[in-house]
Design a protein around this ligand. Sequence first.
Ligand code: PRP
Ligand code: ADE
Length: 178
Amino acid sequence: SRADKMNLVIQKIRSFPDFPSKGILFRDVCPILKDPKALTAVIDLFEEHVRQTYTQVDLIVGIDARGFLFGPLLAQRLGIGLALIRKKGKLPGPTVSVAYSLEYGKAEAEMQVDAVEPGQKVLLIDDLLATGGTLYAACELLRKRQAEVLGCLVLVQLTDLDGAQRLKPVSVFSLTEY
Ligand code: PRP
Ligand code: ADE
């Protein structure tokens, strides 16, 4: 059942205090990857949500680096393609980029201009939503390329940091909240 799958996923998320810096409680999804049943449950839950919520999705957009672990599996399950948003300097050819800050630092996100076509309806995927800085930056890149962002999918949402508020009117679907 849906509840069993949720439990399987929640059970496999570990917490590490003071990583990568003092005061940060790091939520680690690596144990999910070690357990094929838990990984399948993640994709099942995302697939069910997407099929129930959207009539048309053209593309999944995965966020560097932990969005890359789940994005391709979901895209394949839905029978659609995947685009990558990477940390700056990793992608060849013409790109768009934007600087942003996240819970524990600063970075710059980049996407190839031909990764998405104008008017495509896309869903973003990452492991975790904290301040929303990363997913907001990703939304900006997609807007620059005239894609339509339908929503964001994450395994974990840290509700105290108000990331979902920051992303509005783009919606956030999370499997678990802390
Ligand atoms: C982490 C996480 C999200 C982001 C969330 O990535 O995977 O992408 O931070 O934080 P925010 O909501 O405050 O922006 P990180 O930049 O650490 O990169 P990694 O996936 O390469 O470890
Ligand atoms: N990215 C931003 N904040 C995080 C946290 N607390 N745990 C894991 N990844 C994160």
